[in-house]
Write a protein that binds this ligand. Structure first.
Ligand code: ME8
Length: 538
């Protein structure tokens, strides 16, 4: 069955024992903006996030806190639900890997993987063996000797810098080595599966270099999902965690409408550090279980803070709540997706944040809306001015060009958002914002006020209609501020979806602003940010 309108997007599920930081906020924000964009464009969206609550790391943290693991995860997973409130996230589900629905899903995927033979083999995908090797609890990952280096104090460390320990225990293995060729064929057949290209190349060369079988169970601790029929073994936390994406779609009950509608997922958004798990292990597990792999994995870059790596030990972790309190939610959402080309690493600095607020938001967009709205309030009795496309001497107005450009935005944005190129989407909208500021200067309605009031009204209407288009396409990025702008334009809440935009070359249609509509008193949506530290220094 085709499902043209469904769109299933996921964030990674976050390790429950860390405090939410800018990295978590960033991944989920990107998904939230895309989910809002797709909903506004008429898609049936399922947006999932949640917490990763099993594994040795969590068991250790609970024991350090002197509580049972379940009590520990119950209290700390709350912090990630709170983050959604702080950041304005609109996830449709929040999955916890300790939920019964997930335990049965994990055990079923295991059974199916085990029931099938590895490609070109008469042996099952899963076999019992013994793991002798290095393991990092912090990364919850196994490493080959060749991947390790000596850390500062001479002990061996993983590429992530995390310490490793030697593990020897009975373990079930997944015959990953047999999936090397099917994976390479899958990447070739699905060129959009991994993005951006740099990550795709990295993954393909990793797989080409040869895959080792993967240990997928542990016996030295118990906080996890028991392996079916052998509960001394706990499923490897990454097999457990990755399975969350199908649990939330209804697996193992494949008769559920949600399964039919949403699986395979359209997009797993992840950070670059966990691309291997999502683009190598996960499609191999799914194919081994006879299930379809997701359509796309996008691995974004990492943030540094004022040029420094963010880490607890450096004490420079950025708390999303503090950022929002200081700069405002819409500005933070805008900054994170505008400042850095999505996919690249980026640096957070106070200076660049304030720069974006004052130049892009206050000067460009805020000013554009404020100029038009305050002129309408003063000179048109607070009502949307009249405009008649048939009779207005529109050919004379530069402002009609910016309206036509604003009406063309959505088709460009659809393509750009389909590639998750968030910064490019914002740059495109800002070409129109800047253009509209230029055209209002060129038309100078403040001069027309005396010489030709009808022409002034036509210019103000054209500008107001341009702002309506801009505000509607920017709502996924800055929902609160754009709703405030649309309120000031008298646009009803039912008229803010993309179906109320038009990409055709006409100036008016049935969705256009209605002359005569009474408008509320305007107030600036983006005030300038006055940096107290700089003020004091000045
Ligand atoms: O990896 N900049 O959970 P996690 C940008 N439980 N992104 C960052 C970042 C930074 N400085 N620091 C972290 C896990 N991230 C697993 C996922 S999914 C089946 C299981 C990103 O809490 C990082 O890249 O460590 C990852 O996408 C997420 O935040 C961290 O998740």
């Amino acid at each position: 069955m085709t499902r043209p309108s469904a769109y299933y997007i996921t964030t990674p599920i976050y390790y429950v024992n860390d405090l939410p930081h800018i990295g978590h906020a960033y991944t989920t924000l990107a998904c939230d903006v895309l989910a809002r964009f797709m909903r506004a464009d008429g898609h049936d969206v399922m947006f999932l996030t949640g917490t990763d609550e099993h594994g040795q790391k969590v068991e250790k943290s609970a024991s350090a806190a002197g509580v049972e693991p379940m009590a520990f995860v119950d209290s700390v997973s709350e912090r990630f639900r709170d983050l959604a409130g702080v950041m304005g996230f609109t996830n449709d589900d929040f999955i916890r890997t300790t939920e019964p629905r997930h335990i049965s899903s994990c055990q079923e995927i295991w059974r199916r993987i085990a029931a099938n033979n590895a490609p070109d083999s008469t042996e099952s995908n899963i076999y019992l063996g013994k793991y002798d090797g290095w393991y990092s609890v912090r990364d919850e990952a196994f490493y080959a000797e060749s991947e390790l280096t000596k850390g500062a104090d001479g002990v061996k460390v993983a590429p992530s810098g995390a310490p490793v320990e030697w593990v020897e225990e009975p373990s079930y293995f997944f015959r990953l080595s047999a999936w090397q060729e099917p994976l390479l064929k899958f990447y070739e057949d699905n060129p959009d599966f991994i993005a951006p290209d740099s990550r795709r190349n990295e993954v393909i060369s990793f797989v080409r270099s040869g895959l080792l079988d993967l240990s997928i169970s542990r016996t030295s601790f118990s906080w996890g999902v028991p392996v079916p029929d052998d509960p001394k073994h706990i499923m490897y936390v990454w097999l457990d965690a990755l399975t969350n994406y199908i649990t939330a779609a209804g697996f193992p009950d494949e008769s559920k409408p949600s399964w039919e509608t949403y699986w395979p997922a359209d997009l797993h958004m992840v950070g670059k550090d966990i691309v291997r798990f999502h683009a190598v292990y996960w499609p191999a597990f799914l194919m081994a279980a006879g299930l379809a792999p997701p359509k796309r994995v996008y691995a974004h870059g990492w943030w540094t803070n004022e040029g420094q790596k963010i880490s607890k030990s450096l004490g420079n972790v950025i708390d999303p709540l503090e950022m929002v309190e200081q700069y405002g939610l819409d500005a933070v959402r805008y900054f994170l997706l505008r400042e850095v080309p999505f996919g690249n690493d980026g640096d957070f600095s106070r200076r660049s944040m304030v720069g974006r607020i004052n130049s892009d938001l206050a000067n460009d967009l805020g000013n554009l809306a404020q100029r038009t709205l305050s002129m309408i309030a003063k000179n048109c009795d607070g009502q949307l001015p009249s405009f008649d496309a048939a009779t207005a001497p529109d050919a004379d107005f530069a402002s009609r060009e910016s309206l036509l450009a604003a009406r063309g935005l959505i088709s460009g944005l659809r393509d750009i958002m389909g590639r998750q190129s968030f910064h490019e989407a914002l740059e495109l909208v800002w070409t129109v914002v800047r253009d509209a500021n230029r055209t209002i200067d060129a038309d100078a309605p403040w001069k027309l006020r005396k010489t030709d009031p009808e022409a002034m009204k036509a210019v103000l209407w054209l500008q107001a209609e341009t702002i309506r288009h801009i505000a509607i396409v920017l709502r996924p990025f800055m929902p609160t501020a754009m709703d405030a702008m649309l309120d000031q334009l008298g646009v009803g809440t039912e008229a803010r979806e993309f179906s109320c935009l038009s990409s055709v070359g006409e100036l008016t249609d049935e969705h256009s602003l209605v002359p005569g509509t009474a408008l509320p008193k305007p107030s600036p949506v983006f005030p300038r940010y006055v940096d107290e530290e700089e003020e004091e220094g000045a």
